[in-house]
Design a protein around this ligand. Structure first.
Ligand code: CP
Length: 311
C-alpha cells in the first residue's frame, strides 16, 4: 500500500492484503450482531467522489462509512460544478477545506486516484474506487474475501485455488486488480475471452490465456465473469452480442455439464443474457450476492485502517 492510500492492488504486499481481509472478517463478525454500528470513525468525514456511475461500490462505501459512524458526503459529478468546468484540483481543494479525512474516488480516467494522492491538493486518505481501465482494488479484495469464505476458510491464503476470469479483459480494471491481488494470495489465474478482448501484455503478468471456454471451465474452481463494457469500446471487438454469448456466455446448462462443481462470480452490473444467463446468475453456483455483502466488510476494513490512522 502506498502509505496512507489505497490506489491499486499492485501496490499491496501479501501481508497488507491478508491484514485487510482478516480485519474485514473481524468487522463482519461484529456488525453481524444486533448492533451494526461501531464508534470507530466518529468525528471523521468520508467523501464519496464519483465522476462515473456506480451502484454497488458507492452504496457499499457509504454503508461501510456509516457503520463506522463517520460523517459521509456523497458527491456525484452529475449535478455538481464539474458540469460548469470545475477542475479536479478545485474540487479536491474544496473537499480539503471541508475537512475530509478520506476520499473515495471513482473516475473515468486511469490514474485519477494517484493524481489526487500525489498532489498536495488534499491531505485525506485517497481510496481508488475504480479509475478508467486501470484498477479497482477494493473489488479485488472483496472477491478474494468471498473466494476464501467459500473455498479456503480454513487456510490463511488462496494457495492452490484456480481462478478463471472470463470476458472483456482488455477494458477491465476488475481483471487487473484481481490478477494482482489473487496471485499475491497464492491463487493461479487464467483468462478466457475473444482474442480481441485479451491484452497482449497479459502473459507477462504470469496469466495463461485460453480461448476454449468449456475446456477451461473444467480447470477452474472459480469463474469470475466480466461485463462486456460497450461504453469503453470505440470499435467492434466481436461480430455481435449473440455470437459473444454463444461462445463466451455462461449459462446453467454449461455449468451443469461440467465434471466438477465450480462457483460463479460477477462484479456487477450484469448484462443478463450476454456474459451470464439469468438461470446461472440466480443458481446455486452463484456467489454474486455474497460478493456484494462482503464488499461492505472489506470497505469498512479499508476505511478503518486508512481514515482511522488520520490524525
Ligand atoms: N462492481 C462495481 O464496481 O459495480 P458498480 O459499478 O455498480 O460500482
Amino acid at each position: 500500500m502506498i502509505t496512507g492510500h489505497l490506489l491499486s492492488a499492485a501496490d499491496l504486499s501479501k501481508d497488507e492484503a491478508l491484514n485487510l481481509l482478516s480485519t474485514a472478517k473481524e468487522l463482519a463478525a461484529i456488525t453481524d450482531g444486533p448492533n451494526k454500528k461501531l464508534p470507530t470513525l466518529r468525528g471523521k468525514t468520508v467523501v464519496n467522489l464519483f465522476f462515473e456511475d456506480s451502484t454497488r461500490t458507492r452504496i457499499s462505501f457509504e454503508t461501510a462509512a456509516k457503520r463506522l459512524s463517520a460523517d459521509v458526503i456523497n458527491f456525484s459529478a452529475k449535478g455538481s460544478s464539474v458540469s460548469k468546468g470545475e477542475s479536479l484540483k478545485d474540487t479536491a481543494q474544496t473537499l480539503q477545506a471541508m475537512g475530509a479525512d478520506a476520499v473515495v474516488i471513482r473516475h473515468g480516467s486511469s490514474g485519477a486516484a494517484k493524481r489526487l494522492a500525489d498532489t498536495q491538493w488534499i491531505q485525506a486518505a485517497i481510496i481508488n474506487a475504480g479509475d478508467g481501465t486501470h484498477e479497482h482494488p477494493t473489488q479485488a479484495l472483496l472477491d478474494a474475501f468471498t473466494i476464501k469464505q467459500h473455498l479456503r476458510n480454513d487456510k490463511s491464503d488462496l494457495t492452490g485455488i484456480r481462478v478463471l476470469i472470463v470476458g472483456d479483459i482488455l477494458h477491465s480494471r476488475v481483471a487487473l486488480s484481481n490478477i494482482f491481488c489473487l496471485q499475491k494470495l497464492g491463487a493461479e489465474v487464467r483468462v478466457c475471452g475473444p482474442v480481441t478482448l485479451i491484452p497482449k501484455y497479459i502473459e507477462s503478468l504470469g496469466v495463461k490465456v485460453e480461448l476454449d471456454l468449456h475446456k477451461i471451465l473444467e480447470w477452474c474452481d472459480v469463474a469470475n465473469v466480466l461485463r462486456i463494457q460497450l461504453e469503453r469500446q470505440q470499435i467492434k471487438y466481436f461480430p455481435s452480442l449473440r455470437e459473444y454469448s454463444l461462445y463466451y456466455g455462461i449459462n446453467k446448462k454449461l455449468l451443469d455439464s461440467l465434471n466438477k462443481e465450480i462457483v460463479v462470480m460477477h462484479p456487477g452490473p450484469i448484462n443478463r443474457g450476454v456474459e451470464l444467463s439469468s438461470d446461472a446468475a440466480d443458481s446455486s453456483h452463484s456467489i454474486i450476492l455474497d460478493q456484494v455483502e462482503n464488499g461492505v466488510a472489506v470497505r469498512m476494513a479499508v476505511l478503518y485502517l486508512l481514515a482511522g490512522a488520520k490524525g
